[in-house]
Design a protein around this ligand. Structure first.
Ligand code: SAH
Ligand code: SF4
Ligand code: F3S
Length: 440
């Protein structure tokens, strides 16, 4: 497709879903820059539009189709634009998507992120490409184009080997593949050299890291801990089944590892947990949190939970409320159960009606806000170490950063002087999910 103008081509990436997808988008944006594209925010003028999609619940999937529809109409007027559908919906639907949306140039699953340049080359040759076959993910040779200059995501394990009966992730992300400690260290040392202060290690089951290559997360934390310039290390998402005593002790011992742990529990009822195939009880979950708090008393705990799983009784739901209150979570992602294609639980009887699910969701959300609000109070009057990330989106005179425990903190200041700085902030206002204070 010859172009008469010499202006660089533009690409817009729209990302849905979890941190894994955001990290994948940064790598794909890096590859696009490498190919000479300029990354823009506006979909409606871009020469290439890439949707990196999520299918964790039905509403996430439907959102993708409505965004896509608009670009399909644009492509009918202007066939020169390139339309890419990446991520978990792409993997789930594969070839079917081309029949449904023939305007798509490229459909690519999450395992193919690092191959974007090759796939686009085939598109340029006139092919309509579907890349969803399982592959061994190879190391990325292009540099990600990261959204932040302060804090960076680093994938350490791809895929998921669990079989939670509600969840689509294993079928769209494939089997677990750990990156080697050498590749991870190389990336983190480079980040330190570039001025990054914080890394968040990413994986669907991060604490299962290394079991396919004979190592584990605790050992990895030790080996990355000496990276010059990196002041803070985080990791997500943890699975209660793999959150070992060794891991807790290592986190407590290593000063750069932040005292925030995201450990989804999904339900507070043992029978529901069994039918979810989660592999732990609410008692063993509580025991993990107790151990964390014994060794790191101020640790922040966040999690995910699902209400309205097939067959969940009112009493079983109350078990979840009980756990929310007993643990005192700092933050929680809550969701109503959504049946997903190909998963076991979607075929079971005992599916609850939407009204019941929404009612439980509202009730749990009220409790979550109240619990988070009371957890926030402990910061009042305290001096907290905050890593400043960016200007406040609401007030240009303010900057925003995070505590080690991952609470957002707003304070007055100039971003150009403060970006990437670790500062002390005296907290004088505590809301449920954020704090405000004064620079000390
Ligand atoms: N690997 C992580 C989380 C992955 S998905 C873990 O095991 O905890 C992120 C969250 O989406 C899950 O924790 C769960 O709370 C939610 N989720 C997954 N499948 C869902 C479904 N079918 N309906 C509603 N929520 C779901
Ligand atoms: Fe899904 Fe379970 Fe894997 Fe998490 S551990 S991604 S909930 S299957
Ligand atoms: Fe969504 Fe895929 Fe993440 S389904 S939650 S983007 S792994």
């Amino acid at each position: 497709m010859p172009s008469t103008s010499t202006r660089p081509k533009t690409a817009c990436l729209v990302t849905f879903g979890c941190q894994m997808n955001k990290a994948d988008s940064e790598r794909m944006a890096g590859a696009l820059c490498h190919l000479g594209y300029r990354i823009v925010e506006e979909t409606d003028s871009a020469d290439l539009v890439l949707f990196n999609t999520c299918t964790i619940r039905d509403n996430a999937e439907q959102k993708v189709y409505s965004y896509l529809g608009q670009q399909v109409r644009r492509k009918r007027r202007n066939p020169e634009i390139t339309l890419v559908l990446a991520g978990c919906v792409a993997q789930q639907e594969g070839e079917r998507l081309l029949r449904r949306v023939p305007e798509l140039d490229l459909v690519m699953g999450p395992q193919h992120v690092n191959r974007l340049a090759d796939l686009l080359e085939r598109v340029a040759e006139g092919e309509q490409v579907v890349a969803t076959e399982p592959i061994e993910i190879f190391e990325d040779i292009t540099k990600p184009r990261r959204d932040s200059a302060v804090t960076a995501w680093v994938n350490i394990i791809y895929g998921c080997n669990e079989g939670c009966t509600y969840c689509i992730v294993p079928s769209v992300r494939g089997r677990e593949q750990s990156r080697t400690p050498e590749a991870i260290c190389q990336e983190i040392w480079q980040l330190g050299e570039q001025g990054y202060k914080e890394v968040t290690l990413l994986g669907q089951n991060i604490d299962a890291y290394g079991r396919d290559i004979g190592t584990n997360l605790a050992a990895l934390l030790r080996s990355i801990h000496s990276a010059p310039g990196i002041e803070r290390i985080r990791f997500a998402t943890s699975h209660p089944r793999y959150f070992s005593d060794e891991l807790i002790a290592t986190c407590a011992e290593l000063p750069k590892v932040c005292e925030h742990f995201h450990i989804p529990f999904q339900s507070g009822d043992n029978e529901v947990l069994r039918r979810m195939a989660r592999g732990y009880t609410h008692q063993s979950y509580r025991a993990i949190i107790d151990k964390i708090r014994e060794q790191m008393p101020d640790a922040a705990i966040s999690a995910d939970l699902i209400v309205g799983f097939p067959g969940e009784s009112e009493e079983q739901f109350l078990g979840t409320l009980d756990l929310v209150e007993a643990i005192g979570f700092d933050a929680l992602n809550t969701a109503a159960y959504s049946p997903r294609p190909g998963t076991a639980a979607a075929r079971w009887s005992g599916q609850l009606d939407d009204d019941t699910k929404q009612d439980r969701l509202q009730r749990v959300n009220r409790l979550v806000a109240a619990v988070a609000q009371s957890r926030s109070q402990r910061y009042l009057g305290r001096k907290e170490q905050v890593l400043i990330e960016q200007a406040s989106p609401r007030d240009p005179e303010q900057v925003v950063g995070r505590t080690r425990t991952n609470r957002l903190v707003y304070c007055k200041g100039a971003i150009d002087a403060l970006r990437g700085q670790l500062v002390d902030v005296r907290i004088d206002e505590a809301r449920a999910f954020s704090l405000s204070g004064q620079l000390v």
